[in-house]
Design a binder for this molecule. Structure first.
Ligand code: HEM
Length: 398
């Protein structure tokens, strides 16, 4: 039993939902997962555990209705965002258990939850659904335990590593974001590049450990299905994905490996905004405005013989290499073994919504591979990468 102490400013109704989400809700989801796991076809959840599903649906609804009456009590961003997360957890679980199914409905049958989520999302400036920050950087632990959907060890393993990895990416983005006001030749820029490189290596190591420890079936069948798209009111919102924070794209653009003027890249980034906290949205907006370190170094090539140039350039190339390697591992060491391969084993009718954003898997994989190749500055003739510019830079210091 979790000692779920509510925040001092939380109203009793908000606290009641939070307490339920942290206890009974987790038990009910876990019971359902165990029922699915015992069946020959684990993807077949329709008609399984209907009594448990009814309890989940009703108990959640009973706690949400009084919150609509209460209205926005304006307890500040953190509290309202946490409440949106709790309502979102409930809606995502209903979608996972196919109590709701967006392709079957034109509007969400969870009328009360949709009403509350829309109100909260509009007041916060985010999509009205649970997003990655609810699971990671805004997931308040109570007595050492943070919010999860189930008791599955795989879920905790996944979130622990994702959260730590996200913070490592944020450290790298923070360091890189401090370079442009000082310029690439400033002595402190070298420190910032080294910090960014080390943080990216930490993120990479975290992902390697995740790939080694995570059980493929547990992740695929017990964890991932909670992150599917679902409807709020009449609109379907894409699912949560571990990449929904600004740092990854800040790093791409601050390094110069991806360009804000490459439409297929900026399209991917722009789509992300509603799924970020306003603070993260602001960071991402800024990275569209700042010049890249790669362009700044190339612009200073006339100083290639000065002592700072080869040192700073070598450090910059190491940052790029660390970013590219981590991205390559995300694709080959996580996406392929944990999503692509298991998807090939299950019947096609259960593939819908397998990815967070919803496009067919082969299309998504191609687009993700394009991102990896940009980050690796690989030689590609079908999309813009900085392969030639990186080679020019390397040539200036060898
Ligand atoms: C088992 C672990 C993981 C798997 C299977 C996985 C899989 C995926 C998939 C399938 C996507 C595409 C999203 C979509 O459906 O549209 C994605 C996107 C993304 N993931 Fe992961 N992921 C994992 C862990 C992580 C971790 C730990 C991080 C970083 C800390 C991360 C960072 C990203 C980023 C930044 C994106 C956005 C696309 C990009 O910019 O490359 N992922 N991931």
């Amino acid at each position: 039993m979790i000692d779920a102490q509510p925040h001092s400013s939380t109203t009793p109704r908000v606290a009641a939902l939070d307490q339920w989400i942290r206890t009974r809700f987790v038990d009910l989801n876990t019971r359902l997962e165990d029922l699915y796991a015992a069946r020959p076809n684990r993807s077949q959840v329709d008609g399984v555990g209907d009594d448990v599903k009814a309890q989940l649906l009703e108990e959640g609804r009973d706690l949400i209705v009084p919150l609509i009456e209460e209205g926005n009590t304006d307890e500040g961003f953190d509290r309202a965002f946490e409440l949106l997360g709790n309502v979102g957890y409930y809606m995502a679980a209903c979608r996972r258990h196919e109590i709701t199914e967006p392709s079957r409905e034109r509007t969400s049958p969870l009328v009360e939850a949709s009403t509350l989520a829309l109100h909260l999302g509009a007041s916060l400036g985010t999509a009205p659904r649970f997003v990655t920050s609810h699971m990671e950087t805004y997931n308040r632990a109570v007595n050492g335990v943070y919010r999860t959907f189930t008791h599955a060890p795989a879920e905790k393993l996944f979130l622990d590593h994702n959260t730590r990895g996200a913070f490592a990416y944020m450290r790298a983005a923070d360091a890189l974001g401090r370079i442009h006001p000082m310029g690439v030749s400033h002595p402190a820029t070298l420190d910032l590049l080294v910090h960014a490189r080390d943080a990216l290596r930490d993120a990479h190591e975290m992902n390697i450990e995740l790939g080694q420890k995570l059980d493929v079936d547990d992740f695929f069948f017990r964890v991932r299905p909670y992150y599917k798209p679902y409807r709020v009111g009449s609109q379907e919102y894409r699912g949560a994905n571990a990449g929904d924070f600004a740092a990854f794209n800040q790093i791409d653009m601050l390094l110069g490996l991806c360009s804000p003027t490459d439409p297929s890249y900026s399209q991917i980034v722009v789509e992300k905004f509603p799924y970020l906290t306003p603070d993260e949205q602001r960071r991402l907006h800024e990275s569209f405005r700042h010049p890249s370190v790669l362009d700044a170094l190339l612009a200073q090539s006339e100083h290639a013989d000065e002592p700072w140039f080869p040192t700073h350039t070598a450090a910059f190339l190491e940052v790029c290499e660390a970013h590219g390697r981590a991205a390559e591992h995300h694709h080959e060491g996580l996406v392929v073994p944990f999503i692509k391969r298991p998807s090939e084993q299950i019947p096609e009718e259960h593939l819908a919504g397998i990815t967070a954003s919803g496009p067919p898997l082969d299309l998504l994989l191609r687009s993700l591979r394009g991102l990896v190749d940009r980050r690796l500055a690989a030689e590609r003739d079908d999309l813009p990468t900085r392969h030639d510019d990186i080679a020019t830079l390397r040539g200036l210091i060898t």
